[in-house]
Structures are given as C-alpha cells and as structure tokens.
Design a protein around this ligand. Structure first.
Ligand SMILES: Cc1cc2nc3c(=O)[nH]c(=O)nc-3n(C[C@H](O)[C@H](O)[C@H](O)COP(=O)(O)OP(=O)(O)OC[C@H]3O[C@@H](n4cnc5c(N)ncnc54)[C@H](O)[C@@H]3O)c2cc1C
Length: 400
C-alpha cells in the first residue's frame, strides 16, 4: 500500500515514475490485514506499562501479545525504547504525530477512490469494538468521548439489544459495542492496492518486477535492475514495509525497527457479520471478506523470518467461536504478515539525507493500510520541495 500509494501520488502530479517490486503490488502485508481504513484510530499502539498487562504478556497469557524467547536478545533494545516512548509524556508526543497523519488518512483515500472509480471496493457502514462486560464497555465509552472531544471522531454506543439488532448472528450475550461510523472498510485489501496500481499505470506510471538489492548510485543517478531492463532515476523512495530496516543498513542507517507479526485465517459456512469487529477484551478482529470471515490476530514479537507459531490464532479462534458460528476453516496454513514498527510509534517518512535523491517511507505499524495515500502525498510534496500539508519533522529518519 505504501509504495503503490506513493507512486500514484507522484504520477498524478505529473512525474515519471517506475514502481518496482519483487512481487505483484499488494501481495504482502497489505493483502492479509483486516482491511480497515481506521478513521477512529487516533491513538498509536502503546507498549503496556501497567504491571498486570506486562505480566500477562511476559507469561504469554492472553491473545493480545506473544513473543519468541530466542528473539529477545535482538528485540530487547528496540522494545525497551518502545516502552520508554510509551511513558505518558512521550506517548503524548507520539499521539500528536500519529493523529496528525490519521486526521487526513480517510480523505486522502477518498480522493484517490473517487478518481480511480474504485469506491465499490469499500464499505461505509463503520466498524465495531465489541465488549463482553459492562465494565469494559463503560470504560471504552469514556475513551471514545475523549477521542470525540479531542479529534472530533464520531461514535455511538450500542447496548446489548442494539448490538444484537446490528449483528444478529452474534451468539454470546454481549454487553454492547462502540460503533465508529466514519471508519471505512474493504472486503479485499489486495484488490484496493491493485485498483490504485491499475490507476497508476493508466496515468502513465510503469511497473517492473525487480529486487531492490540491485539499487546503486553512480554518477549522480540511481540505477535499479528489473525484469524489463535498467531503471535510471533522479529520486528513489524505499517503501519495502517490514523489509526496509534490513535494506537501509547498506546506506549506513541502523534503525531500531522491529516487526509485530500477525496471522489471519478465513472461516465459511456459519454466521455472518455486517461490519468488521474488534473483540476488544480478547484483542483480535473478525472482518467479513471475499474469502469468508477473516480473523486477524494481535502482536507477535519475533524476528521477520522466524517460523510461524500461530498460537494466538488458535486462542483467538476459540474466543471468536464463542461469539460467532465459524465452522469451516478455509486455509490449512494461516497467513502470516509483519507490521513494520518503530519504537516511537511514528513512521519513517522523508529524506535520507546521507544520499541525494534517497527517500524513506516505511514503518507504518498497525495502520499502513490506512496511511498509504496520505503518506504518499507527503512524500510527493517533500520530493517536489513544496510546502507539505502537515509538518513532517516528527517522521524524519534523523530522529534515530
Ligand atoms: C494481521 C494484520 C492486520 C492489520 N490490519 C490493518 C488494518 O485493518 N488497517 C490498517 O491500516 N493496517 C493494518 N495492518 C497494518 C498494515 O497491513 C501494514 O502497516 C501495511 O500493510 C504496510 O504496508 P507496506 O506497503 O509498508 O508493506 P508491504 O505491504 O509488506 O509492502 C512491502 C512491499 O515491498 C516489497 N519488497 C520487499 N522487499 C523487496 C525487495 N528486496 N525488492 C523488491 N521489493 C521488495 C514486497 O514484495 C511488498 O510488496 C495490519 C497488519 C497485520 C499484520
């Protein structure tokens, strides 16, 4: 999503752009997510600071977070920094940087959707945070009201009867839900990336398969080998999602990035959902997709290429089956993706000043599907040397 949206934002401003990927666009992290353009998510995901959650995570109890013990030596430093940035004072800084982007995220998608005629891929019926207990629901109403007061995010509270009416197939009696009406959702995230990349081609952009590993700078220009020949460019934007961190070490950037892995699996033949929902007290999402109901999991702290350990998926499936009839699993092997994360919860967006014409756009963590078009627009404005829609200083790579 990030690379395609950046390429599209540049080409629609009249630039000559070649998008290079080793796969077809939208086949990696941007395909297997929950497909939610999160108009409500003004707060970044914080590292837990309360003892109960920390202990639960350390003991790998609960569905929200898990980790690989053998990854801890490599992850200790970035995770410690993540914990530091989650202190109330620094979290406020992260919230300001994150919400500035999020406030423009939906309208940036809408602009592209209208232009490329892909609006039919999206649904505008909102998103639910579902609560099992009245206590958790009450607390969430207070938080939703804070989001409304501070950022103008709209919400409504559904009591048990209203939720049963909105989602009649939910079986367990639930306390209720928060409905976020302005959140946009898709039933096929990869199809939306494809629609943007098709529009990019229609506007004159070019796509070639190739590996970023061949990127080199010679005599004042960038060169990249692709299946269609050598691409020569004045500027290059690195948008390799979770693979960016390792890649940029060749330019001398050792960044404290890490991944939060997540799994998905589809279920068919049972209950239906009208809109996606977060089971807020169990920390997984159920989203109606073309392939069935997609269950996506929370964070697994592990190394990028470590073998899959879908323990949270198994736990979340048990929890989800308490709420919805989910009889048939579609895939034998669950999908595994990697949220590209930074310790300060802000993406890396801007110039890599050590090399002329080198730009970074990665590290969008839990919300890269949402942030593609707005971060693509900011990238285009930076490359053009224009006034950006919003201040991009908080996202500069030099902050590390
Ligand atoms: C389970 C889960 C649920 C999520 N749900 C949501 C959600 O509901 N809403 C939301 O906003 N976000 C969600 N996210 C986060 C979101 O999916 C990511 O932030 C986003 O997809 C990252 O996009 P990206 O373009 O940076 O990375 P990717 O989509 O991974 O794209 C990176 C691209 O780089 C290419 N590449 C890598 N290395 C090379 C190389 N050497 N040469 C050439 N090409 C290369 C890859 O082929 C790929 O196409 C979720 C993530 C997960 C894991």
């Amino acid at each position: 999503m990030i690379g395609v949206a950046t390429a599209l934002q540049l080409v629609r401003r009249g630039h000559s752009v070649c998008l290079v990927d080793r796969k077809e666009p939208g086949q990696e992290t941007s395909s297997g997510n929950a497909g939610i353009v999160q108009g409500e998510a003004m707060l970044p995901f914080q590292f837990p600071r309360d003892l109960k959650t920390l202990l639960q995570t350390a003991l790998r109890r609960g569905v929200a977070a898990s980790y690989h013990v053998n990854a801890l030596p490599r992850l200790a430093s970035p995770l410690f920094r993540y914990w530091l940035h989650s202190s109330p004072k620094r979290y406020e800084i992260a919230t300001r940087g994150h919400s500035s982007l999020m406030q423009h995220a939906l309208s940036a998608h809408e602009e592209l959707l209208a232009e490329c005629g892909a609006g039919s891929l999206t649904q505008r019926a909102g998103y639910h945070h579902v609560y099992r207990t009245a206590r958790a629901l009450d607390a969430s109403v207070a938080q939703a009201e804070e989001l409304h007061q501070r950022f103008g995010v709209r919400y409504s509270m559904l009591d048990r009867a209203a939720l049963a009416n909105a989602e009649p197939d939910l079986v367990l009696p639930l306390a209720g839900a928060i409905h976020w009406p302005d959140t946009m959702t898709v039933r096929d995230p990869a199809a939306l990336v494809s629609a943007y990349s098709t529009y990019f081609l229609k506007l004159g952009g070019c796509f070639s398969r190739g590996d970023a590993d061949s990127l080199k700078r010679e005599e004042g220009a960038w060169y990249l080998e692709t299946e269609d020949g050598t691409v020569k460019a004045e500027h290059v934007v690195i948008a390799l999602g979770p693979w960016s961190c390792e890649f940029v070490t060749r330019f001398g950037y050792r960044l404290p990035l890490f991944v939060k892995r997540g799994y998905n699996q589809h279920f068919t033949g049972g209950g239906k959902l009208r809109v996606p929902m977060l089971d807020a007290e169990r920390a997984y999402v159920l989203a109606p997709m073309e392939q069935g109901i997609r269950l996506t999991t929370g964070a697994e702290f592990a190394l990028l290429d470590a073998p899959a350990t879908p323990v949270q998926l198994a736990q979340a499936t048990v929890a989800a089956r308490e709420l919805l009839d989910l009889p048939r699993v579609v895939e034998h092997q669950p999908w595994l993706g990697n949220r590209p994360c930074t310790p300060d919860m802000l993406p890396v967006l801007g110039a890599a000043k050590r090399f002329p014409g080198l730009w970074f756009n990665f590290g969008h963590a839990h919300q890269g599907f949402t942030l593609g078009p707005i971060c693509g627009r900011l990238m285009a404005e930076l490359i053009e040397g224009r006034q950006t829609l919003l201040a991009t200083k908080p996202y500069e790579v030099d902050r590390f």
